[in-house]
Design a protein around this ligand. Structure first.
Ligand SMILES: Cc1cc2nc3c(=O)[nH]c(=O)nc-3n(C[C@H](O)[C@H](O)[C@H](O)COP(=O)(O)OP(=O)(O)OC[C@H]3O[C@@H](n4cnc5c(N)ncnc54)[C@H](O)[C@@H]3O)c2cc1C
Ligand code: SF4
Length: 576
């Protein structure tokens, strides 16, 4: 079964240094000058913006010094929230810190749920694990739609005076003499060949005293900055892909559900790792999804279809019975944990916060509050640096994160994701040991690996997916429609891949992508069916339908590169 074909051998045509790092392009009087430029309107960026405005509200002199636009937030989605997708069971600590006077009942969440259940699933049965394993205990946490939370935080920020630039992608990091001095936004109105159309608008240089990279998963500028400033820890980041649906249901769900086991195959050779979540969103909705590691091996593995398969289970069918799907979406999250975090979170003029910097507790599936805490620490360090008259040294932010709940939380589970490379049972036993020992076992530093470095083979995983019926089981294209995606068909492709690759890699991309962006030509599939299978290494050409892309980021983990398309493109999530 070992093919020796790994996607990493077919790197995308990208010259990160040349394309994504550069000097100012606009003349000095044409630049947009701001005090602090925040890239990304997710929990990290928005918490940073709000905390900065709280601090500046107490310091009129500094506020004035920062000019007409003290804080600007650049977001590529149609609005902040449009590109946000999460579970989301949110730990309350960050909201409490940001809004100490706002009662929890006024938060934009669906409140807390007293009962947790973790099930080990087989095809027909669900065995509740008792007592609930500690990482899955969610007492006091709030069920949240992060797309709604983002809109709420953006409204607060705007009311406090933050200048929000929606539908704007930060495309290039502007660096002068080893210092980050802003970002350049992407062009708009280009045709498929990259030539300007009649509505062409060139990007602009945004000059800032400090740039905050809060781009979330697979950060485009963050990746370029980590390479340019050599900030990597030496351990590759790893990723999971989550596909999620929101359902209107007939009867309220009375508990928070997590599951492990089926429909994943547990043998080590498949490297299928992950699980499901099903959260009640008030009385009449549930949020459900499946999250799986992107270091799997079978090229026919598809997280979207695994989620459809998950719905064939009697317990899940019962929850959804008579209900209706309201929303769908997908996104990756970093899972390399502590060892894969950048070795430094700041360079002169720039800091990185949230998923951009790998701040996710993977066994608990928690990143929202960690991103918000990081955003607030960034705001506090930037404020102090501005007060002291220089933003060259922002290492106070590093120090704040290193001594905080962010580091403690992620350090405790530092070796947990790695052990699952040994299969579910061995991994489960080692993960339990890690939990019981507070992270001391297994000892030492277990290495992470590049998801794209794992070899892939054409297996038979796809035989198990249910046929879409448009009621309970959905295909990818109708799901993309449910994400509110509206991207121009005639825009230049923002997906970088090698187009001629072995069949195993091409099929892996086709199945991996939840939005049906990659297609192996029909004639190749016909040939496969006719002669009982082409070889994994047969060279084929992949077709790319870039306008379907919902920017989940999986392609960057598995051998290609997502770059930001024109601002405003992509999904328009409302309740994910
Ligand atoms: C399926 C799934 C389930 C999860 N479940 C939970 C959960 O239950 N509880 C929990 O706490 N965490 C959960 N997480 C993790 C959590 O969602 C993240 O940790 C959190 O959203 C990180 O926040 P962030 O602000 O760093 O990034 P994001 O939320 O990703 O926000 C980044 C923002 O930046 C914008 N952006 C990115 N690049 C650019 C650019 N170049 N220019 C302009 N804008 C840009 C994006 O459009 C986006 O709006 C889950 C994640 C997934 C994928
Ligand atoms: S093409 Fe877009 S939607 Fe598909 S895997 Fe890549 S980033 Fe995700």
């Amino acid at each position: 079964m070992a093919t020796g074909i790994a996607p990493i051998e077919f790197p995308p045509p990208v010259q990160s240094e040349k394309e994504f790092i550069g000097a100012f392009e606009d003349a000095a009087d044409e630049r947009i000058e701001v005090g602090i430029a925040i890239v990304g309107g997710g929990p990290a960026g928005l918490a940073c913006a709000n905390r900065l405005m709280q601090l500046l509200a107490e310091d009129e002199r500094l506020l004035e010094q920062l000019g007409e636009v003290p804080v600007a937030l650049i977001e590529k989605g149609r609005t902040p929230g449009s590109h946000l997708l999460s579970g989301a069971m949110m730990h309350p600590s960050a909201m409490k810190r940001l809004y100490p006077d706002l009662p929890e009942s006024d938060w934009p969440t669906f409140g807390t749920v007293p009962t947790d259940r973790v099930y080990f699933m087989t095809r027909k049965r669900a065995v509740a694990l008792r007592p609930t394993p500690p990482p899955f205990r969610n007492h006091g946490n709030h069920v949240t739609s992060i797309a709604q939370l983002g809109r709420f935080l953006a409204q607060q920020a705007e009311d406090a005076g933050v200048y929000i630039l929606p539908e704007t992608a930060a495309y290039k990091l502007i660096v002068e003499n080893g210092r980050v001095v802003g970002v350049r936004t992407g062009d708009k109105g280009l045709g498929p060949d990259g030539n300007p159309l009649s509505n062409y608008e060139p990007g602009s240089d945004v000059q800032a005293r400090v740039t905050v990279l809060a781009e979330g998963t697979q950060g485009h500028l963050t990746g370029a900055a980590i390479r340019h400033f050599r900030l990597g820890s030496g351990e590759p980041q790893q990723w999971e892909l989550g596909v999620k649906e929101v359902w209107e249901v007939q009867k309220p769900l009375d508990r928070v559900i997590h599951s492990m086991g089926w429909p994943l195959r547990l043998r080590a050779k498949y490297r299928e790792f992950g699980g499901s979540f099903v959260y009640p969103m008030g009385e009449d909705k549930v949020s459900m999804g499946f999250v799986a590691g992107l270091d799997y091996r079978d090229a026919t593995f598809s997280v979207h279809d695994v989620l459809q398969e998950f719905k064939t289970h009697p317990m899940i069918r019962d929850i959804l019975e008579g209900g209706k799907r309201l929303a769908w979406g997908a996104k990756t999250l970093p899972s390399g944990g502590y060892w894969a975090m950048p070795r430094s979170l700041s360079v002169p003029g720039m800091v990185m916060a949230g998923d951009s910097a790998g701040m996710v507790n993977v066994p608990k599936l928690k990143g929202v509050h960690l991103a918000m805490h990081a955003g607030m620490y960034a705001a506090e360090a930037i404020y102090e640096a501005l007060k002291n008259g220089s933003t060259d040294d922002l290492s106070a932010y590093d120090a704040a994160v290193r001594g905080s709940e962010i580091e403690r939380d992620i350090y405790r589970s530092r070796n947990m994701r790695q052990v699952f490379a040994r299969g579910f049972f061995m991994g489960g036993a080692l993960a339990n040991a890690a939990e019981v020992s507070g992270g001391k076992l297994p000892p030492g530093r277990l290495h992470t690996h590049d998801d794209a470095g794992v070899d892939v083979f054409i297996g038979r995983r796809h035989k198990r997916y249910p046929k879409p019926d448009g009621k309970l089981y959905f295909d990818k294209l109708s799901s993309v429609f449910a994400s509110g995606n509206a991207s121009r068909d005639d825009a230049p492709s923002h997906i970088r891949i090698q187009k001629n690759v072995p069949l195993a890699v091409a099929l892996m991309w086709e199945n991996m992508c939840p939005a049906q962006v990659y297609e192996v030509p029909d004639e190749v599939k016909e040939q496969m069916a006719a002669n009982g299978g082409l070889k994994d290494e047969t060279q084929v050409e992949v077709h790319v339908n870039a306008s379907n892309c919902i920017q989940c980021g999986a392609i960057t983990a598995k051998g290609g590169r997502l770059t930001p398309p024109e601002g405003g493109e992509g999904p328009n999530y409302q309740i994910t």
